[in-house]
Write a protein that binds this ligand. Structure first.
Ligand code: NAD
Length: 391
C-alpha cells in the first residue's frame, strides 16, 4: 500500500472547520496542496496564516491540479452537492462535510455517482472517532450492554442565543430548511445509530423558533465569531432554534433527543445515554475522554481513555497515552486515518462514514421536518437499495 505521505489533498472552504481539516491532514503527513475560499483575498490570507502553498485561483483550478487526489468540501451547506459532484466527476476521492446536501434527491445522486466512480467517499461525522466511542461501538457490537432498549440525550449550544447572533446557517437558501437538527442533531442521530448498529426508522418531532427576528450584520460573519457589526438588517427567521424529537430505532429500541442552539452556558454539549438490558453507557462531549458504564448489581465504572485498557477499536482511534487529553481536533485525524488508508489502497474501504451514511441522515432529517409539519409520527423513507448500502 502507498504511504499516506505520497497522497495529495486540497480543501474547499477556509472557515472554522476548513482549518481543522487542514491541520488534521498535516498531522497524518498528507500533502495539502492548497485551499480555495469564497474570495481569493480571504483564501490567500488564510493560506499564509496556515503556512500553505498559495491558494488556488478557483475551485476549477483546484480540480485541475493533478497532484490532488482527495478534495475536502468544507464550504456552506448549499455548495456541498455541486462541489462534491464536480470533484467526483474530476476523478477525485471526496470527504464532504455534513449535511451531505440540501435535499435527499441530491444526496441520493451523490451516493450513486460515488458508487459508480469507485472513488473513496466519506462524510465528516467526526464524533464517531472519539476513542472511547470507538471502544463503545466495539463493546455494543460484542453485546456488552445486552439488548439496547433506550437511547436518550441532547445536543445543546448557546452561540445563537441572542438576536444579534448571525451566521449563514440562519438563511435557508444557504443552510437548508432545517437548522439546529440538520447542523448538530444529525451528529447525535448518526452517532447513536453508529454506536447501537440500529438505524432510525421513525420520528415524532416538535420544532420551535423562539427568536422570530434577528439582526443580520451588514458584512460577512464566520462561525462562532464574537465581533458585532454596528450596521444590521432585521431578518425574519423560519428555521428552528430548538427541537424535541421522539425516535424509533430498528429492533424496537426507543429514543428521545433534545436539540438547541439557544441554551445559555452550553457551548457544545452532546450527551447520550444508551440503556441495555444488562448495562448502560453514557458520554458527554465536554468530557470526551470519559465513558460512563452503568450496572444494576455492581458498582458503576468510569473508563478514562487509555489505549492500554481499551479494545482494538478504541486503541485504533487514540493518538496519545492515557491521561493526556484528546479532543475535537483529534477525531478528525482518526477519521482521516481510516479514510486515507482506503485512498492509499485505491478503493472504498471500511471503518468510516460514507456518502450512504450522509444520505441516511438526510432522509432522517426530512422525516423530522415532515413530522413537525404534519404534527404526527413520520417514517424514514428508505429505498431497498439504500437500506443495503448503509452499514
Ligand atoms: N463536522 C463538524 O464537526 C463540523 C463543524 C463545523 C462545521 N461543519 C460543517 O462545515 C461546513 C462549514 O462550516 P463552518 O462552520 O466552517 O463555516 P464558516 O462560515 O466558518 O466557513 C465556511 C467557509 O466556506 C467558504 N466559502 C463560501 N463560499 C464558498 C465558495 N463558493 N467556494 C469555496 N469556499 C466558499 C467561506 O469563505 C468560509 O471560509 C458546514 O457544512 C458545516 O455544517 C462541520
Amino acid at each position: 500500500m502507498r504511504p499516506v505521505t505520497e497522497i495529495g489533498a486540497a480543501v474547499v472552504g477556509t472557515g472554522f472547520i476548513g482549518v481543522v481539516h487542514v491541520e488534521a491532514l498535516r498531522r497524518l503527513g498528507v500533502q495539502v496542496h492548497g485551499v480555495v475560499g469564497s474570495s481569493r483575498e480571504r483564501a490567500a490570507s488564510r493560506s499564509r496564516e496556515l503556512g500553505l502553498p498559495p491558494a488556488y485561483e478557483s475551485f476549477e483550478a483546484m480540480l485541475d491540479d493533478r497532484r490532488v487526489e482527495v478534495i475536502h468540501v468544507t464550504s456552506p451547506n448549499h455548495l456541498h452537492h455541486q462541489q462534491a459532484r464536480a470533484a467526483l466527476e474530476a476523478g477525485k476521492h471526496v470527504v464532504c462535510e455534513k449535511p451531505l446536501a440540501m435535499t435527499s434527491e441530491q444526496s441520493d445522486e451523490l451516493v450513486r455517482l460515488a458508487v459508480a466512480s469507485g472513488r473513496v467517499n466519506a462524510v465528516n461525522f467526526n464524533i464517531r472517532f472519539y476513542p472511547v466511542l470507538q471502544h463503545l461501538h466495539g463493546l455494543i457490537g460484542q453485546d456488552g450492554l445486552g439488548a439496547v432498549r433506550l437511547v436518550s440525550g441532547h445536543y445543546l449550544q448557546d452561540w445563537l442565543l441572542l438576536d444579534t447572533d448571525w451566521n449563514w446557517r440562519l438563511e435557508p437558501e444557504l443552510g437548508g430548511d432545517l437548522r439546529a437538527v440538520a447542523d448538530i442533531g444529525s451528529h447525535w442521530m448518526d452517532l447513536t445509530s453508529f454506536l447501537t448498529g440500529k438505524r432510525i426508522t421513525g420520528v415524532m418531532a416538535d420544532l420551535t423558533t423562539f427568536i422570530a427576528t434577528r439582526r443580520q450584520p451588514a458584512g460577512p460573519v464566520e462561525t462562532f465569531a464574537t465581533d458585532r457589526s454596528a450596521k444590521t438588517i432585521v431578518r425574519e427567521i423560519h428555521t428552528e432554534d430548538c427541537a424535541t424529537i421522539l425516535l424509533r430505532f430498528e429492533g424496537g429500541t426507543k429514543g428521545a433527543l433534545t436539540v438547541s442552539q439557544v441554551s445559555p452556558g452550553r457551548k457544545n454539549s452532546l450527551v447520550f445515554e444508551i440503556d441495555g438490558a444488562e448495562s448502560a453507557a453514557g458520554w458527554n462531549s465536554e468530557q470526551p475522554d470519559e465513558l460512563w458504564i452503568g450496572h444494576r448489581g455492581k458498582p458503576n465504572e468510569l473508563l478514562l481513555r487509555d489505549p492500554a485498557i481499551m479494545n482494538a477499536d478504541g486503541r485504533r482511534a487514540a493518538s496519545l497515552p492515557g491521561g493526556h487529553a484528546e479532543g475535537f481536533a483529534d477525531t478528525f485525524k482518526a477519521l482521516y486515518a481510516a479514510v486515507y488508508s482506503a485512498v492509499a489502497a485505491g478503493e472504498p474501504g471500511d471503518g468510516y462514514p460514507t456518502f450512504a451514511d450522509g444520505h441516511d441522515q438526510m432522509l432522517v432529517c426530512e422525516a423530522v421536518a415532515r413530522s413537525a409539519r404534519e404534527r404526527r409520527w413520520a417514517e424514514v423513507e428508505r429505498t431497498a437499495a439504500h437500506r443495503a448500502e448503509v452499514r
